[in-house]
Design a protein around this ligand. Structure first.
Ligand code: NAI
Length: 250
């Protein structure tokens, strides 16, 4: 089932981003799969979409770099036309640490991708989507985290703070563009089985925590992708500035 609805997913080569790309393609989106370094993993997602009759392109870009972001959205528009959806999924965290040990360099790295990169992607998407600019509207979904309200003490308060910024962006931007055909919402996952936890120095983090969660299990990327797809779809047409939590009840 192909359509002319175009979706860009940042960090689409693995984890929640890859699950979102794959699921979106089965719902008829043409998917722009952004990746930063792992071309092989991104190509695997691309091949799966193509094999199942969907349409996609791959675009390398580091979203923490403004020139890369501009090139990403220019290339997307050149190949598919204006976007209908954007999933700001790319995000990083660094090794578990107390605040007293965090350096300015680390803060700048985390905020450059998680906050500045997400803002820049929103900016470029609005320029393509806004009815004010002659666009046909669209839906932006930000991938925040339950860390935004839990704070991630002893692990990564910097990461949690960056996701707090994403929540504020979601609220403010949703109101700014609500009458220009653009909806802006966010998912707040928590404890999802992906490779991100290895970056924090604890690949088995979800299994350590799972018994403390009300649902007594970790989540799967597909469960987050489904919520993202709902925000992208017309089924959520009267919803903007909203948050959907996927954290097993925590
Ligand atoms: P992941 O580490 O598997 O995926 C993140 C993706 O973003 C990777 O493909 C990575 O290459 C990409 N990326 C990172 N920096 C980038 C940059 N500057 N430019 C382009 N791409 C970049 O992790 P996961 O879990 O799939 O994370 C996806 C999103 O979900 C992130 O925003 C993360 O903060 C969020 N999240 C994940 C949770 C979990 O338990 N796994 C919980 C809450 C939020």
């Amino acid at each position: 089932m192909l359509s002319n609805r175009n979706l860009l997913v940042t960090g689409g080569s693995r984890g929640i981003g890859a699950a979102t790309c794959l699921r979106a393609a089965t719902r008829g989106f043409r998917v722009v799969i952004n990746y930063r370094t792992d071309e092989n993993a991104a190509r695997h997602v691309y091949d799966s979409i193509k094999t199942n009759g969907g349409d996609a392109i791959l675009v390398q870009a580091d979203i923490s770099r403004e020139d890369d972001v501009v090139r990403l959205f220019t290339e997307s528009r050149r190949q598919f036309g204006a976007l209908d959806g954007l999933v700001n999924n790319a995000g990083i965290l660094e090794r578990q640490s107390r605040v007293e040990a965090i350096t300015a360099e680390r803060l700048n790295r985390v905020f450059a991708t998680n906050v500045t990169g997400t803002f820049l992607c929103c900016r470029e998407a609005i320029r393509q989507m806004s009815t004010k600019h002659g666009g046909r509207g669209g839906s932006i979904v930000n991938v925040s985290s339950v860390a935004a309200r839990l704070g991630a003490p002893h692990e990564y308060v910097d990461y949690a703070a960056s996701k707090g910024a994403i929540d504020a962006l979601t609220l403010g931007l949703s109101k700014e563009v609500a009458d220009e055909g653009i909806r802006v919402n966010a998912v707040r996952p928590g404890f999802i089985y992906t490779d991100m936890h290895a970056s924090g120095g604890e690949p088995g983090r979800v299994d350590r925590i799972k018994d403390t969660l009300p649902m007594k299990r970790g989540g799967h990327p597909e469960e987050v992708a489904e919520a993202i797809l709902w925000f992208l779809s017309p089924d959520s047409s009267y919803t903007t500035g909203s948050f959907l939590e996927l954290a097993g009840g925590r």
